[in-house]
Design a protein around this ligand. Structure first.
Ligand code: NAD
Length: 497
């Protein structure tokens, strides 16, 4: 369809998606594009696979998932090289991403039985002759739609939760990273050759839309807020439940008793790892007045050492370069000052590390997701002002606090799904912690126990074990029995405390 090739921009020719490196234009690979019929067929195959996969039980699935985990670890270099080729991601960043991904795979495999397996609930006095039973049943087929910025970690989170819960998965990778997505599917097939329990469907946004409308039991979407709203609308047509993991504008707060050098190091890494293309990347820093000057100095010194083409990879999606440029220009036009980088920072396909100060709160650099290696640092009077400004955002994904005495208290007050105290982004690397946002950052959780439960529906069963002493669920109860029930209820719940 497209004749001219721009490095990094996906091209579809004769029904084939061609993926290229954003810096060099080198081809990373080709995959067939799926139309709505092909998506429907994949979901049908997945339905059959899901029955077999569910029958394997928690232990059988755990065995396969752990084998997949080990295979990924054994081929970690191959995967890092492929990610570097396709997304331009520096080698070490790709390694760290894979490390976090296998942590979640391992955790979901080990804990699904405990979190989702059948259990008996505690007896309730009013229905003492019945036992209660709870189990979590898989949806059948789950659709996973992924972004390009963490093409390994972002899909593996929901995929491992969905698979461990007993679902089959149809995965739509970003059109910017289909080859990494296909690699994940192909390696899974090596450990689960019997049925297509994990499949990929490729293409542009319309393929994601088709997946939402294909009859899947649930959709897990990770991507921009704007697309998240479209995904939700498409899923609403058939009342398909969704998880939305969307964008962010995360803040880091530095309190007066913080280790300033550690805060500077974390701000630079949290803001500039993966060239700032991180949903939970630090984009805004709020520092209290006594530590502000030292923090700015140390951040500039540390960020100034990062080299484009080395630690700072290319911007994967070429049109993002315009957004980053617009945000920097807007910040400078409104009175902000660049203490590193700035007006000429955007040199396609790279963006030089940029640190801005005195940026007004209404600037797009403060309000909108920039998704580049830029940081704003704002001086505040105290932690209260820092919290107020940090929370003055429609987004609420992650965040960080540096400090000692009040750091955890400040962390609790941040309007976000996750916060790291005296580090950045750490919460995404712990298999037992849930991940997800509030507000325009989305809803629902992946990872941890909450993440496992997202991929199963609760099923409640009661079993009568004896004759009812307090027969509430029958027309045959007598007035005396009703009186007796009222007496018991008064005794149980009628007192003030
Ligand atoms: P995107 O929204 O452009 O695309 C995400 C996916 O949605 C792609 O696979 C795309 O093909 C698909 N898609 C596009 N239109 C669709 C439609 N109408 N229906 C269904 N699917 C459709 O996002 P992106 O540029 O790939 O990723 C970057 C964004 O993702 C950033 O905003 C980032 O903050 C966010 N992100 C969030 C998280 C998180 O966990 N909260 C993680 C990583 C990235």
């Amino acid at each position: 369809m497209t004749a001219t090739r721009v490095p990094g921009v996906p091209v579809i020719e004769d029904g084939v998606l061609i993926s290229t490196n954003p810096a060099s234009g080198e081809e990373a690979g080709r995959v067939p594009v799926s139309d709505a019929t092909a998506v429907g067929a994949a979901v049908e195959r997945a339905r059959e696979a899901a029955v077999w996969w569910q029958r394997l039980g928690f232990d059988g699935r755990k065995d396969r998932l752990l084998r997949w985990r080990s295979l990924i670890v054994q081929r970690i270099e191959e995967l890092a090289q492929l990610t570097r080729l396709e997304a331009g991601k520096p080698h070490d960043d790709a390694i760290m991403e894979t490390v976090a991904a296998v942590e979640h795979l391992d955790w979901a495999a080990h804990h699904a039985k405990r979190v989702l397996g059948p259990r008996r609930t505690r007896t309730r006095i009013l229905l003492a002759e019945h036992t209660g039973h709870l189990e979590y049943l898989p949806y059948g087929v789950v659709g996973v739609i992924g972004p390009w910025n963490y093409p390994i970690l972002t899909p593996i989170g929901p995929i491992s939760g969905a698979l461990a819960a007993g679902n089959a998965v149809v995965f739509k990778p970003s059109e910017y990273t289909p080859i990494v997505g296909q690699w994940l599917v192909d390696t899974f097939a090596e450990v689960v050759p019997e049925y297509p329990v994990l499949q990929a469907v490729h293409g542009l946004g319309d393929v994601g839309g088709a997946l939402c409308r294909s009859g899947v039991g649930k959709v897990s979407f990770t991507g921009s807020t704007a697309t998240g709203k479209k995904v939700m609308a498409a899923c609403a047509e058939n009342l398909v439940p969704v998880i939305i993991e969307a964008g962010g504008k995360d803040a880091l707060i530095v309190d007066a008793d913080a280790d300033v050098s550690a805060a500077a190091e974390a701000a630079v890494w949290g803001g500039m790892t993966n060239a700032g293309q991180t949903c939970i990347g630090i984009e805004r820093v709020y520092a209290v007045a006594p530590v502000y000057d030292q923090l700015v100095k140390e951040i500039v010194a540390k960020a100034g050492k990062l080299r484009t083409g080395e630690e700072i990879g290319p911007i994967t999606m070429p049109r993002q370069l315009d957004i980053i440029r617009e945000h920097i220009d807007d910040a400078l036009a409104k009175g902000g000052k660049a203490v590193l980088g700035g007006a000429d920072a955007v040199q396609p396909p790279y963006v030089a590390p940029t640190v801005l100060v005195d940026v007004p709160a209404d600037s797009s650099e403060i309000r909108e997701e920039t998704f580049g290696p830029t940081l704003t640092i704002t001086k505040v009077a105290d932690a209260d002002e820092a919290v107020r400004l940090a929370n003055d955002s429609p987004y609420g994904l992650g965040g960080a606090v540096f400090g000692k005495k009040n750091a955890v208290r400040i962390a609790r007050r941040l309007r976000s799904g996750m916060v790291a105290v005296n580090s950045t982004l750490t919460f995404v690397g712990m298999g037992n912690l849930p991940f997800g946002g509030v507000g325009e950052s989305g809803f629902g959780r992946i990872h941890g126990e909450d993440g496992l439960r997202e991929f199963a529906r609760a099923k409640a069963i009661t079993v009568r074990r004896a004759r009812s002493m307090l027969p509430s669920t029958t027309f045959e109860r007598t007035p005396a029995q009703v009186k007796q029930i009222v007496k018991v209820v008064r005794m149980l719940y009628g007192r003030k405390s």
